[in-house]
Design a protein around this ligand. Structure first.
Ligand SMILES: [Zn+2]
Length: 257
């Protein structure tokens, strides 16, 4: 019996697409029932809100301030933007720490701490970027009392993964699960109940830019790594996404009509 899979892309940069309507159409055809669109700065946040308005019940907006985009002179303005637009998003992200880049670490930590406090206060989940900074991201998020957080594309240490899971936080898988040993190890060790599927599109895996439908690639890699049936992985991770982002089933179903 052929079952239609319902899958959810928990992390996409839809503001970067030139022909978004076509990508959305292909995503729907592939069984993608919802997409979380993340922002990185004020311009992409505004565009993300606009896109979500065009696809109600299908594209869900998250407001972010990515470490790559942090400019000291713009921090206050970006934080103020969060305060005034928090009611319009389902999550805060993409935010986090990236210790591979030149933006000063204290500045990055200041921004993450402020948005984490806002997440704790508003009850919104956090979508976290962490590169060479996994422990620090975890400690800031935990200390500020954030209850829901997803460590996007987690490829960090496995002992910290244990703490992430114990804390009830999630990790998300990307199509890099096909090739990245560190990412594969994280997916193998994380319980399925703590995993979301995503694409981080339009990040290319191989030569071609990805798009939301490529969450099907993430699905098959997670199923392969965990030695589970794809329908089992699809059902559980979509359930995880609905609970994590507090999306009612009905809202997603309406989005399909
Ligand atoms: Zn991203």
């Amino acid at each position: 019996m052929e079952e239609t899979l319902e899958i959810f892309d928990a992390h996409a940069h839809l503001n970067e697409f030139e022909d978004l309507p076509s990508a959305i159409e292909r995503a729907r055809a592939a069984g993608v029932i919802g997409i979380v669109a993340v922002g990185m700065d004020m311009a992409s946040n505004l565009r993300t809100l606009e896109i979500a308005g065009q696809y109600p019940g299908y594209v869900f907006p998250a407001l972010g301030y990515h470490p790559w985009n942090i400019l000291e002179s713009m921090i206050d303005e970006n934080l103020a933007f969060f305060e005034t637009h928090i009611d319009r998003c389902i999550a805060i992200g993409e935010v986090g720490l990236d210790y591979k880049i030149k933006v000063r670490k204290p500045l990055q930590q200041h921004v993450l701490r402020e948005v984490a406090r806002l997440a704790a206060r508003s009850g919104k989940p956090l979508i976290l970027h962490s590169r060479l900074s996994h422990e620090r991201v975890f400690s800031i998020v935990k200390e500020t009392g954030v209850r829901r957080a997803v460590f996007h594309w987690y490829s960090g240490p496995l002992d910290l993964l244990g703490n992430i899971v114990t804390e009830g936080y999630l990790v998300s898988a990307t199509p890099a699960a096909a090739t990245s040993p560190a990412h594969q190890a994280a997916i193998r060790n994380a319980p399925l109940e703590n995993i979301l599927l995503e694409t981080d599109c339009p990040v290319p895996y191989g030569a071609v830019a990805s798009e939301p439908r490529d969450v099907t690639r993430t699905l098959s890699e997670v199923a392969r790594i965990k030695n589970l049936r794809v329908d089992v992985v699809a059902r559980q991770t979509t359930m995880n996404a609905r609970a994590f982002f507090k999306l009612l089933k009905q809202a997603s179903d309406e989005g399909l009509r």
